[in-house]
Design a protein around this ligand. Structure first.
Ligand code: C5P
Length: 399
């Protein structure tokens, strides 16, 4: 998995740096190409000569070489790498990364790197538990940085707790796992629809549903983790997600959602349609607030466009299409019917009969049916795990 992979290994000034030679050795054994960038402080913990010898590459510390006046091109280093790993990552460099400081070569390379970045924080337990550190890690995660959390155990301070850098062998496994996962959708662009749609009655009222958007956002997150670019077309939701490979298109009604899908789906490798689109909308939208004069009120509704059906009808060769079917009864039969009618590659069926599945909750219980007549049922799980299973199914079955 790591053979020929180009890894920039950023080393910062924490005691766990003494383990980095072992990490370099393991990566080299697996035939990865490793270039180390060290912060000046890290040179007090591990010698550049050791890392240069083990990596069989020069070690970069400064922006320019004082001996011959040559400049180290951080942009080129960032472009060269398939992944940048920063281990150990101190609280100081973490904070600088969060705020975009770039007062050393490692930070400048991080800021200009186009490749995914994986970090292995290591610090004393109180520093790790500090709310600032937690916030900084959350912020980096939102920027798409992959985090291997610090481990529990004996710390250099003599204390015991969470703060140890992940052991080199485990880090190698994480890096391999990253390549296994991220390569799968690298260079692909996927459209996801999420959330409810609101169909306006008048300026203050609408017809809507209880969809929270959580499932669609979890799917977007899972796709981003695997290196895909995501176009997330979402109805009104409280969900938040930011990532440098995410384009979020907020819409309100089904017609607005269809417009966005028409614009983006043709440029995508595929689409996962999890939005709970209102089937009908008021025939007329009143421009002023309706008055409650009459005792009875009849609203005339007209059918909304079926957005997924549009995508199925316009799907090009090689594009994959995944739909959802939320049913109250005969879920599998209805699901298969929709799979065929909407020309899908697979459909994710969930039943409101299953407790813990459906709208608003954080869990889901899904069954995937595909166009090759295969069926895979999953246990009740968090929506994040369900999203992972859906994305993994797409990747494994090369949809
Ligand atoms: O036919 P039904 O509404 O049950 O189909 C559900 C699937 O179709 C979901 O994937 C949903 O996102 C999609 N859909 C759509 N536009 C509609 C109705 C449903 O994209 N108007």
């Amino acid at each position: 998995m790591l053979k020929g992979k180009r890894i920039i290994l950023g080393v910062t000034g924490g005691i766990a740096a003494y383990k980095i030679p072992l990490l370099v050795r393991e990566l080299k054994k697996l035939e990865a190409d490793v270039q180390c960038i060290m912060t000046p402080a890290s040179c007090d913990f591990v010698s550049p000569l050791t890392l240069a010898t083990l990596s069989q590459n020069p070690v970069y510390i400064d922006f320019w070489n004082k001996k011959d006046g040559t400049w180290t091109n951080h942009v080129e280093l960032g472009m060269w790498a398939d992944v940048m790993v920063i281990a150990p990552l101190t609280a100081n460099t973490l904070a600088k990364m969060t705020h975009g400081n770039c007062d050393n070569l490692l930070l400048a390379t991080y800021l200009s790197a186009k490749c995914p970045v994986l970090i292995a924080p290591a610090m004393d337990l109180d520093m790790y538990a500090h709310p600032t550190t937690t916030q900084n890690l959350e912020q980096l995660a939102q920027h798409g940085v992959l985090i291997t959390p610090a481990q529990h155990g004996f710390l250099a301070s003599g204390l015991e707790g969470q703060g140890r850098m992940m052991e080199p062998n485990d880090l190698v496994r994480e890096i391999s796992f990253f390549f296994e996962q991220s390569i799968s959708l690298y260079g692909k662009k996927v459209l996801v629809t999420a959330g409810p749609t609101y169909e306006r009655i008048d300026p203050v009222r609408f017809i809507g549903n209880h969809s929270s958007g959580k499932m669609g956002f979890a799917i977007a997150k899972s796709l981003l983790k695997r290196g895909a670019e995501v176009i997330l077309v979402t109805g009104p939701t409280q969900c938040q997600l930011t990532h440098n490979k995410l384009t979020r298109c907020d819409v309100v009604s089904a017609e607005e959602m269809l417009q966005q899908v028409k614009e983006h789906f043709p440029t995508c490798t595929g689409g996962i349609f999890s939005a709970a689109v209102s089937d009908y909308r008021p025939a007329e939208m009143h421009s002023v607030k309706m008055k409650k004069t009459a005792d009875e009120l009849t609203l005339q509704l007209v059918k909304n466009p079926d957005i997924l059906q549009w995508a199925g009808d316009h799907k090009k060769h090689g594009q994959f299409l995944v739909g959802f079917a939320l049913e109250t009864n005969d879920a599998l039969d209805y699901g298969r019917g929709k799979l065929e009618k909407k020309k899908l590659d697979c459909i994710v069926v969930n039943s409101l009969k299953d407790s813990g599945a459906g709208f608003g909750v954080d869990t889901n219980k899904i069954t995937i049916l595909d166009s090759n007549n295969k069926k895979q049922a999953y246990e009740l799980s968090s929506k994040d795990v369900a999203a992972h299973n859906i994305v993994e199914y797409i990747v494994k079955n090369k949809l």
